[in-house]
Design a protein around this ligand. Structure first.
Ligand code: SF4
Length: 437
């Protein structure tokens, strides 16, 4: 029987991209094959994000573009997956008539059954959050490239006041270390040379046998010295000295830590329910710098949270300078319905002020990133070769342990090779060099 074609689009965080690989695996086990060509699709899945209003608007605009494919192929079914599906549930079916299926992040095993319902012409919904679903027994389809995600846990219970994730992804639950180490070994055997351990908050990884995140990281690093290990995302309140020492102990655990601070003001951190203070955060940063001097540091920053004063904003900028971040993800505060912040605080910072503060933060970070790259000129880094450079076929690109993009002459190097690159020049976003091994 000819396989039917599934076309998928994924929005949002790395967790969503990892989930789409699980969805792909489930559907290819049910007589589907993945197509990159939307016009060929019998089924379209959109894995959605709900972190900011803008993310949801993008999905709605995209749905309007799908109208013509349904006209061409009336049998085409469309499913919305992920956090927007979980946040809005049945309401989305009323708002978006084109959609046939609404499926939350914990209900992907149910996709084949829901599709059968949708094919009878009824709408199909499953948005039940689970206490124990981790999809640990499902081998995600690994598309291409030398890097891959491994989701080690799901859910988040931190309830930062601005965040929808605890409502759309539910309670925290961790996979067993065995299934994670087996997946890392399988990926290594398939040619993958870098894995990123994923979770909303990997530091609260806590498997039934009591394995801590630091111990898990070590187990994965011991799979093979040629397998690089990264992880995202950490909540500062859970980063342990044991974890920092484990990273320092293994050359194949990458020297880059993403530690979202969100604000440099204690008053804001309290309102955000981040559970640490500025001083405590800076103490952790100093511990990282002391134990892993060449560690790259990145973060997330929110500009314009409820009642943020100019002084609070300046404290954020000052903290950024003190840490000297290598890069950052920076956003304007976007109020999310039903979050603690939406219930308790006013979204009272004018959009223009939010935009101006965000731009100041971005400009500062550009400068910090450039200064960080300038310091790398003359240094030699081990780079994992990933791709032909976007700009020139004569060049290849990869990343060093600090997660910085490095471009160098291609010569005979190929994807998956490790090369020693001496840095000759840089821009804000890229290091350029020559291979010296
Ligand atoms: S740690 Fe906070 S910001 Fe991150 S996913 Fe959990 S609730 Fe959201």
């Amino acid at each position: 029987m000819e396989k039917r074609k599934l076309y998928m689009e994924t929005y949002g965080c790395q967790m969503n991209f990892s989930d789409s690989q699980i969805v792909g695996s489930i559907m290819t086990d049910h007589e589907f094959e993945i197509t990159e060509n939307i016009a060929d699709a019998d089924l379209i899945f959109v894995n959605t994000c709900s972190i900011r209003e803008h993310a949801e608007q993008r999905i709605r605009a995209r749905l309007r573009e799908f109208k013509r494919y349904k006209k061409i192929n009336p049998g085409l079914k469309i499913g919305l997956l992920g956090c927007m599906a979980e946040r809005l549930k049945e309401e989305l079916l009323e708002q978006e008539q084109l959609v046939d299926m609404i499926v939350g992040p914990d209900s992907y095993r149910d996709l084949p059954r829901l599709l059968n319902i949708a094919e009878t012409g009824q709408k199909a919904v499953n948005v039940i959050l689970s206490m124990d679903e981790t999809y640990a027994d499902i081998s995600p389809i690994h598309t291409k490239g030398v890097s891959s995600f491994i989701s080690i846990m799901r859910g988040c219970e931190n309830f930062c006041s601005y965040c929808v994730v605890p409502f759309t992804r539910g309670k925290e639950r961790s996979r067993t270390p065995q299934t994670i180490v087996e997946e890392a070994q399988r990926l290594f055997n398939e040619g993958v040379r870098e894995v990123t351990l994923l979770g909303q908050n990997v530091n609260s990884y806590n498997s039934e046998d009591g394995t801590s995140f630091a111990q898990l990281l070590e187990k994965v690093a011991l799979v093979n010295p040629l397998l690089r290990v990264r992880f995202a995302t950490s909540h500062p309140k859970d980063i342990s000295n044991d974890l920092i020492k484990t990273i320092a102990r293994h050359t194949n655990i990458c020297k880059s830590i993403h530690l979202p601070v969100q604000s440099g003001s204690d008053r804001m951190l309290k309102l955000m329910n981040r559970k640490y203070t500025r001083e405590w955060y800076l103490e952790k940063i100093n511990t990282i710098k002391r134990i892993i001097p060449d560690c790259a540091l990145s973060t997330d920053i929110i500009a314009g949270f409820s009642s943020e004063s100019e002084e609070d904003h300046i404290e954020t900028m000052e903290l950024m300078k003190m840490v000297g971040y290598d890069y950052a993800f920076m956003f304007k505060y976007s109020e999310r319905p039903n979050t603690l912040a939406a219930k308790k605080y006013k979204d009272d910072i004018d959009e223009e002020v939010k935009g101006r503060r965000l731009q100041e933060i971005i400009d500062l970070q550009q400068e910090l990133s450039y200064q960080s790259n300038l310091k790398d000129i003359g240094k030699t880094f081990e780079v994992l070769v990933e791709n032909i450079s976007k700009k020139s076929k004569e060049e290849m690109s990869g990343r060093n342990s600090q997660n910085k993009v490095v471009v160098f002459p291609a010569q005979h190097h190929k994807q998956g090779d490790y090369v020693q690159v001496e840095v000759i020049s840089c821009t804000t976003a890229t290091l350029r060099g020559k291979v010296v091994n």
